[in-house]
Design a protein around this ligand. Structure first.
Ligand code: SIN
Length: 187
């Protein structure tokens, strides 16, 4: 992607509730053909190498979609921001190009979807199967028991799940996998 084009960065995990990057514009967004799953180990943010946590990755799902937040980066700063994010997301994620549907926030909530939303070429961080931190599927109770025990330099794994759940709730988005996991973690 040329640096002269707008850079849209799609976040579906911590990049929703803790972007910690400068951006020009932020929009709720949807990617079609993907779903969000806690199938990536975290050994550097929400866990430790000897007790990894579980964080989200995107999994191909032709009939599904994943809601998140997209950030338009200032063109002049984009390379530096992405270089910093490459460090933050170094636990097995790689940058991937992805088509992103732009939606609208009204008073912090998702506005009704237009019939034909604008679609832009974006970037996201993806943990492909086979990356060194790929955890893969597991029963939701097993995932919950791993999340409850894990903590790392960025905080507890349970707070990662709760913060993601809260951020999606605030948008009015129901992700049944996130809701099911958050419900198993208690207060
Ligand atoms: C993302 O937020 O888009 C990537 C996964 C994460 O950092 O939680």
């Amino acid at each position: 992607m040329s640096a002269a084009q707008p850079v849209w960065l799609f976040g579906y995990g911590s990049l929703i509730f803790r972007p910690a990057i400068p951006f020009v514009e932020r929009r709720p967004a949807r990617v079609r053909g993907w779903t969000r799953r806690f199938w990536q180990w975290s050994t550097d943010h929400r866990g430790e190498p000897w007790r990894p946590g579980r964080v989200v990755t995107l999994v191909p799902a032709p009939e599904d979609c994943c809601w998140g937040m997209v950030y338009r980066l200032a063109e002049a700063d984009a390379d530096a921001i992405l270089a910093d994010l490459d460090v933050r997301e170094r636990g097995g994620y790689v940058r991937m190009e992805i088509e992103v549907e732009l939606h609208t926030l009204v008073e912090q909530a998702l506005a009704p979807s237009p019939a034909s939303p604008q679609v832009v070429a974006g970037l996201t961080y993806q943990g492909w199967p086979g990356n060194r931190n790929y955890a893969g599927p597991a029963p939701i109770d097993e995932i919950a028991s791993q999340v409850i025990l894990a903590t790392g330099p960025s905080g507890t794994n349970a707070d990662y799940v709760r913060d993601l759940d809260t951020a999606l709730n605030a948008l009015g988005v129901e992700d049944t996998h996130v809701v099911a996991l958050a419900a198993r973690l208690g207060e």
